[in-house]
Design a protein around this ligand. Sequence first.
Ligand SMILES: [Zn+2]
Length: 546
Amino acid sequence: MSRVLVIGLDAVTFDLIQPWASEGLLPNFRRLMTNGAWGRLESTIPPVTAVAWNAFATGKNPGKCGVFDFVRREAGGYGIRVVNGGSRKTKPFWRLLDHHGLCAGVINMPMTYPPDHLEHGFIVSGFDAPGLTCDSVYPPHLKELLEQYAYVVHPTHTNLEDWRKSLFEVFEVQARAFWELDRSQPWDCLTMVFMQLDIAQHLFWHEMETGDSPWGDVIKQLYRRADAFLGKVLSTLDSDTTLMVVSDHGAGPLKKAVSINRWLLQEGYLVPRRQGVLKRAFNETLRKALTLLNMHFAKCIKKRLKRSFAGFRGEVESYLVTAQIDWTKTKAFALGEYGGIYINLRGREDQGTVPPKEYDLLREKIAAQLLNLRDPDTDKAVIQQVYRREKIYSGAYVEEAPDLILDWDYAYDCRERVGTGHQDIFENEATYIAFADYKKTGVHRRHGIFLMYGSPARPGYVEGARLMDIAPTLLHLLGIPVPDDMDGHVLSDALEPDWLAQHPITYQAVKPDADAGLALGYDKNEEAQIKERLRALGYLDSIAMR
Ligand SMILES: [Zn+2]
């Protein structure tokens, strides 16, 4: 019986693997590239973790998954919510496998909370789980097993040294949990995701590039740790198991931050409320909080206060951003990690201003202007393409997407803030995240990695592989017909022609499924916790939160 093991390394890139592998620092990545199929893996637009892992899980585009960012808009209003696995509107591959009687195990994958109640397999929810609870694993008794390994879902820290320590520690804890689950649970398909490389690249990219930093080799050491893990995987791999290593997107240095909302303001599409009033309110609130901090508290209490103050400031700022926009005069606003643009459409939005007959024209106009948004220092375009949502997405949930999707030069990082002191569209210095003692200096790129090793794999480079292709490929490797509503294709170039001849690809006709996941939202505390987690990685700027 054939089995598939998927190791997900969030944000891992060949841009770092290739040079380090040729220096001999990553012998197991090198072994996989020499003896297996491999290639750059195209992520989603935008290459946001929440969107990308859903494409991996379903083999479908965001229009069918119904997830377009880490946040989603509340229908009709201007409030936003954080998404989780329950927001996904279509079946992930582990539910298809379960349906066919196969055991699927999924460990630490983002967008798996709440966990699906599988009949045969098991799930340990990832990044979107508030923590290790009976509700974040399925079956629930796995919680006790994981507690024995001091399992951690996703810690958050406020300085680089704490982050460094924790990245290595959590990698060890999660790897140990992986080996225990691998040993103790039956599986036909097992997926394990490590997030540490993504976090490290967000926080330590600049440190890596400046030679004298004490944290200069954190990223490299973590790649080496992942390589050693792959070495152990390879040494225990039996001949019936195919190994896939994937990342949901790549990573690279952050050049500059760009505020699309500031740009919309400058072009007259977004109208702020009177600044003076808001600025006074903001300064007054900050002054009060600072006075509180400067009172004579014991050091540890001060530290604790400072921490809660960070959250407090975030809330204040978020409130002010919502409050800052005069919706009755605003035609468009940006939201999400890559500034998806929503038209303030009459009849759709609470206080919509744009008549439906002007909708298309306005989209065209904004798109054309955005393509002309240039970095004043280099005169280079910042946005490579602006897509009408229906141009790149298809499916039942396209209408929940932003009206315009921006495809960036991803060295630029999108900022959503409108005002509160940051008046420039471009910011040279990556701004501090939520008063933490570090900056975000690395950001995502459109291409992740794909490696496949085992008897069905044809060694060599594979051109044009996409993240959406992984799910159908994995189903085919396990002998399951590919549902014909998947957008991805079996990566036949990655497979041995002889194997493929013996195992022709089969398809299953399915009705477009309107199959909502377990729609379990967060309670208020949980949502606050997830927001803080996202903010610590610079994923949430000062966006409108309610
Ligand atoms: Zn990611």
